[in-house]
Design a protein around this ligand. Structure first.
Ligand code: FUB
Length: 318
């Protein structure tokens, strides 16, 4: 069973968290900009963020749009395309980590800070130093350490970087070459900068070999990290094979061993999600394009309860 969370507006890429015993969902805010579809996501011209609050069981409770929390015109370094974001609590404040294109057409990650989960968020004047690409997921471990997972291929520009340096030409591995990995960096305790150079998030098969470029289950974008039964679950979208998959590891850096498919392809090109525990139940937040009749840039938020075995295996959502 699943539920459309907010049929009143088009939103996507939901990052869901529990703050003060309520669920807050931080999505991208889709709209019809008139830009044509292209392989670089030029049709995703989002210009602001809203936050949704769910007052109880996400399968049935009321969902409130708390309003606009950040507008691209208020971010000094960002020109356009406010894509996926995520929020983490840092010393009693709330830090929104978001991706947008700067005035050189390069995706960077930025920070904006609020006193409450509902915002409004005040942006920092500059992006995170040495940040690149898209789809930040901010994960706070039980010891308080904060990690940001990020990266996305094609329009997300990850194929333009290796060893954290920009390449002269993009490089997309083929065939049995190792797939391009997501990245993870621990953040400074104040949640403002990377405290280390980003490291690759390697997803391996049962033999410990990295998934290859031709594997339909390899990483493409939409990183998410959650902890379950004391283990680290890295989940992601496979992009052009349109799956949500997961892999499990014993520490925040991995490697993560591939486990299976969380969600089969939905209507629409993209698929993107978050996973959250609330009052002892696990939920998958994601999006599809059924309400917009398969208009890829007009997506609608959904939630479904996840079935998890006692050994930590996640069942594919049907
Ligand atoms: O919303 C724009 C982009 O579409 C996201 O950054 C990707 O993950 C995909 O959902």
């Amino acid at each position: 069973m699943s539920r459309y969370l907010f049929p009143q507006d088009y939103m996507a890429d939901p990052s869901a968290h529990v703050f003060n015993d309520k669920i807050y969902v931080y999505p991208s805010h889709d709209w019809d900009s008139g830009e044509a579809f292209d392989d670089d996501g030029g049709h995703f011209q989002m210009k602001d963020y809203h936050v949704l609050r769910i007052d109880g069981d996400p399968m049935e409770a009321d969902v409130t749009d708390c309003g606009k929390i950040l507008d691209v015109k208020d971010v000094p370094w960002a020109e356009k395309q406010m894509w996926d974001n995520d929020v983490v609590e840092v010393n009693g404040k709330y830090h929104l980590i978001f991706a947008a294109k700067d005035y050189n057409g390069v995706f960077r990650l930025g920070v904006a800070i609020a006193d409450r989960p509902e915002g409004p968020f005040i942006p920092q004047p500059d992006p995170i130093r040495k940040s690149y690409s898209i789809d930040p997921c901010v994960f706070k471990d039980d010891d308080g350490a904060i990690y940001v997972y990020f990266g996305g291929i094609w329009g997300g520009q990850l194929q333009w970087y290796r060893d954290n340096k920009a390449l002269k030409d993009e490089y997309l591995p083929k065939g049995k070459e190792p797939a391009i990995p997501a990245r993870v960096a621990r953040m400074t305790p104040d949640g403002m900068q990377f405290s280390e150079m980003p490291r690759p998030v390697v997803v391996v098969d049962e033999q410990g070999q990295p998934l290859t470029a031709d594997d339909p289950h390899r990483f493409f974008e939409a990183s998410w990290m959650h902890k379950m039964y004391g283990r680290y679950y890295f989940s992601y979208s496979t992009g052009d094979s349109h799956l949500l998959c997961y892999a499990v590891g014993d520490n925040p850096y991995g490697p993560f061993t591939y486990q299976g498919v969380i969600l089969n392809p939905v209507v629409g090109w993209t698929t993107h999600h978050s996973i959250l525990e609330y009052h002892g139940h696990w939920y998958l937040f994601h999006h599809d394009c059924v309400p917009s009749h398969d208009t890829t840039w007009l997506r609608s938020l959904k939630v479904a309860e996840l079935q998890v075995d006692k050994d930590g295996k996640i069942h594919t959502v049907e």
